[in-house]
Design a protein around this ligand. Structure first.
Ligand SMILES: C[S@@+](CC[C@H](N)C(=O)[O-])C[C@H]1O[C@@H](n2cnc3c(N)ncnc32)[C@H](O)[C@@H]1O
Length: 228
């Protein structure tokens, strides 16, 4: 699958967040760490993956949790931002493979992965590319493997989108300024393509996943698991 040319500069956008990335996410994204922690709750207690892939791993905040949960697995992390990948690699003592590039353009052998994880990254893909990524993941995962996924899940065309923005703005203004909110909305307008939970569940089922389950903390901030 070829990534959308309009999105090719997403890596540069996130290069510019480096040094302030985690603080920025905590301030601007409701349930940022909570939605990662929830992903463990959605997996069976005895799940023991050997090969784990983190898509759009950023500076490794989800990867660090995965390593704690599954210390014996091998890790590959993918990101369009070189700076993010470098920071991620530096924080772990174990060796992790990194793939710099658009996740839409990478490939792995069929049934070679036990767990695909992604937090707050797939909303950067237009809907058609999300659907195609779900198909790719279904292909890479071994039967019985899992995809765990946290993100904002709402259509911009939803009648509730304005309400989401009002709630989100209140959240940001608790710790930040109106300038933070304006900056975030510029990023949201330019780089983000959120899709609603219902559509994404359907696309996962269409791609061959089973038992899609979701946990919702606020109306549209969602943690989701799907079994291959
Ligand atoms: C909001 S950050 C999330 C990072 C990390 N998963 C987290 O939860 O903190 C989104 C990350 O996805 C990466 N990204 C966005 N679109 C991508 C794509 N199409 N292929 C690879 N990486 C992408 C960005 O470079 C950025 O590091």
């Amino acid at each position: 699958m070829k990534s959308n040319a309009n999105n090719l500069h997403i890596g540069q956008e996130f290069n510019s967040w480096i040094n302030k990335y985690t603080d920025t996410m905590v301030r601007l994204v409701p349930f940022y760490f909570q939605l990662m922690e929830d992903l463990r709750e959605l997996l069976p207690e005895d799940f023991d993956p050997k090969e784990v892939l983190d898509l759009g791993a950023g500076n490794g905040n989800l990867t660090s949790r995965l390593i704690k949960w599954f210390p014996n697995a091998q890790y590959t992390i993918v990101d369009a931002s070189e700076e993010m990948l470098t920071e991620a690699q530096q924080r772990f003592s174990l060796t992790i493979k990194t793939e710099k590039g658009m996740m839409q353009d990478i490939n792995f052998p069929k049934q070679s992965i036990d767990l695909v994880a992604s937090s707050f990254a797939l909303h950067h893909l237009p809907d058609l590319e999300k659907r195609m990524m779900f198909e790719q993941m279904a292909n890479w995962l071994r039967p019985g493997g899992y995809f765990i996924y946290s993100d904002l899940m709402i259509d911009r065309s939803s009648k509730n989108h304005e309400g989401l923005l009002d709630d989100w703005k209140s959240f940001v203004l608790q710790k930040g300024t109106i300038e933070d909110w304006k900056w975030l909305m510029d990023h949201y307008t330019q780089y983000d393509h959120p899709a609603c939970e219902r559509d994404q569940v359907k696309w996962l089922l269409d791609a061959g996943f089973h038992d899609v389950q979701t946990v919702r903390h606020d109306r549209y901030w969602v943690a989701m698991v799907a079994r291959r």
